[in-house]
Every structure is written in structure tokens, then in C-alpha cells.
Ligand binder design. Structure first.
Ligand code: NAI
Length: 263
């Protein structure tokens, strides 16, 4: 292990752990000494992540979990506990992005976005939160919001609605669960170099008839640091929020954006 033991002995479940930011969270948590449950609907990629974590010496399990489906989440939570023990940290990271102007948005795009990004977070936070409260040893619930959870923008109507929504959910849960020692926080990344951002660039290019390079430069322009973030730079914030270093932090939204909001 190359970390600092910040999460030694903790059991962590990461939804959307098969790729992107979720995968980076799984890897950093394992480096810091955690046992990690990779939860996803992408079984092939998820099992590959699990195998890589095990090969690095970590305890890890892959659990198929569709966050939009409450019974699947509940069964998944039971499977995580059976494989690794009671969960100390939930990272509700699974998310999707459907871009469209609100006036053109099909019902399905709106509904799918809310199903995964808002109801999915609710399903997971409720299942794992109940278990943490019943166990009586506290815990952490960490939720993927976004810069789009702080400011809306063209083509982001459904996505922004879902990402604003989870901040309200997190603040409410933070108040309700403080007495149980369960801390609830949101992470709000800016533009992070994952397949999701590549999808954003190519869809915007296709919709506007510009080149992907032009769209990429336009997306880079408002970032003070002049580059997209790396998944591991977001994962490090999830490490901090899961660790004892953040023991007095709850109900917050932590922005990780390379200076996008300030420009
Ligand atoms: P990604 O698209 O690379 O990975 C998302 C993962 O979620 C995939 O493994 C996918 O299989 C899984 N997933 C999708 N639907 C699911 C479901 N119903 N049940 C379980 N798993 C499901 O996304 P990325 O970029 O890693 O983003 C992760 C989170 O961070 C998302 O919530 C996203 O909205 C948020 N975010 C990402 C930003 C970025 O620039 N990449 C910026 C701000 C927020």
C-alpha cells in the first residue's frame, strides 16, 4: 500500500465504481487501507476493478447494484456486508448526463437523469444510512454532486436539477443523522477528465457543428488552472471526507474545480 493508512480498517461501498471518478475513489480508498466494495451495473468493468484492487493487496468485492432500483440497492447492501462487513463509508457516485435544451428534452431523458442521479442517491443513502444508524458506530455518506449543483447552464437542465437536488438531500440527512455520528457531505467536481466529459465534448460538437477541439477549448476557458481535473484529484477529496481529518464536517458541498466557479 502506498497511502498513509487514512482509512485503515474501514469498509467502503462506492457506486459507479467501475470507471471514471468512482474507479479512482476505489483505488485511492484501497491505497489508504480500506476494504472496498465496487458497486455498479457494468459487471465486466466492475469485476476488473475488484481484481486489480485485490492484486494490489486490498480486500475488495464486486456487487451488481442498479441504484435506480430500491430492491437492488437493498440486496446489494446486504451482499456488501456479507462480503466485507458493515459499511463505514458510502460513496453515492453513480451518475449519468443527458444534455438537451429544456424545451427539447424528451420525457425519458428527464426521468432517467432523475432516476439515477437523484432517486439513485436517495435509494443508496437510505439503505446504507439506516444500517449505519442501527449499528450505532457512525459513518460517512458522500454524494456526487457537481458544479452543476451550484449553477445551472444551457443543456444541463435535468442534470443540474438532479445535482442541486442531492445537495438538499445531503443537508437534510446531515441534520437528521448528526446524532447518530453519520456525517453527510457532497463533492462538486468541475470538469474532470473521464468518459463523461468526452461525451459532453462530442455531443456539444455534434449539436453545434464545431470541432471537438474547439468545444474542448471552450470548456477549458473558464478554468483558472487551465486544465481538466484528473479523477484522482477528486478521489483525494473523497479520501479526506471519509477520514478522521474531516470528523467535524457535515452538510457541506466541497467544490473541486481548478478555479472554475471564481472566474
Ligand atoms: P462515468 O460515466 O465515467 O462513470 C459513471 C459510472 O456510474 C459508470 O461506471 C456507470 O456504469 C455507473 N452507473 C450508471 N448508471 C448506474 C446505475 N443505475 N447503477 C449503478 N451504477 C451506474 O462518470 P464520471 O465522470 O466518473 O462521474 C462520476 C460522478 O461524478 C457522476 O455522478 C457525475 O455526475 C459526477 N461528476 C462528474 C464530472 C466530470 O467532469 N466527469 C463533473 C461533475 C460531477
Amino acid at each position: 500500500m502506498s497511502g498513509h493508512g487514512l482509512l485503515n480498517g474501514r469498509v467502503c461501498a462506492v457506486t459507479g465504481g467501475a470507471r471514471g471518478i468512482g474507479r479512482a475513489v476505489c483505488e485511492r480508498y484501497a491505497e489508504e487501507g480500506a476494504a472496498v466494495a465496487v458497486c455498479d451495473i457494468n459487471d465486466d468493468e466492475g469485476m476488473r476493478v475488484r481484481d486489480a484492487l485485490r492484486a494490489s493487496g486490498a480486500r475488495s468485492a464486486y456487487v451488481h447494484m442498479d441504484v435506480t432500483d430500491a430492491p437492488s440497492v437493498e440486496a446489494g447492501a446486504t451482499a456488501v456486508e456479507a462480503a466485507l462487513g458493515s459499511v463505514d463509508v458510502l460513496v453515492a457516485n453513480a451518475g449519468i448526463l443527458k444534455q438537451d435544451r429544456v424545451l427539447d428534452m424528451p420525457d425519458e431523458a428527464w426521468q432517467q437523469t432523475l432516476d439515477v442521479n437523484l432517486t439513485g442517491v436517495f435509494n443508496c443513502a437510505r439503505s446504507f444510512g439506516r444500517r449505519m444508524a442501527e449499528r450505532g458506530k457512525g459513518g460517512r455518506i458522500l454524494i456526487a454532486s457537481s458544479m452543476a449543483g451550484i449553477v445551472g447552464g444551457a443543456f444541463y437542465g435535468a442534470y443540474a436539477a438532479s445535482k442541486f437536488g442531492v445537495i438538499g438531500l445531503a443537508q437534510s440527512m446531515a441534520v437528521e443523522l448528526a446524532g447518530d455520528g453519520v456525517l453527510v457531505n457532497c463533492v462538486c467536481p468541475g470538469a474532470i477528465q473521464t468518459e463523461m466529459i468526452e461525451q459532453v465534448i462530442h455531443e456539444q460538437a455534434a449539436a453545434t457543428g464545431r470541432t471537438a477541439d474547439d468545444v474542448r477549448n471552450e470548456n477549458l476557458a473558464p478554468i483558472a488552472m487551465g486544465r481538466f481535473g484528473e479523477p484522482t484529484e477528486v478521489a483525494d477529496i473523497y479520501v479526506w471526507l471519509a477520514s478522521d481529518l474531516a470528523r467535524y464536517v457535515t452538510g457541506q458541498r466541497v467544490v473541486v474545480d481548478g478555479g472554475m466557479l471564481i472566474t
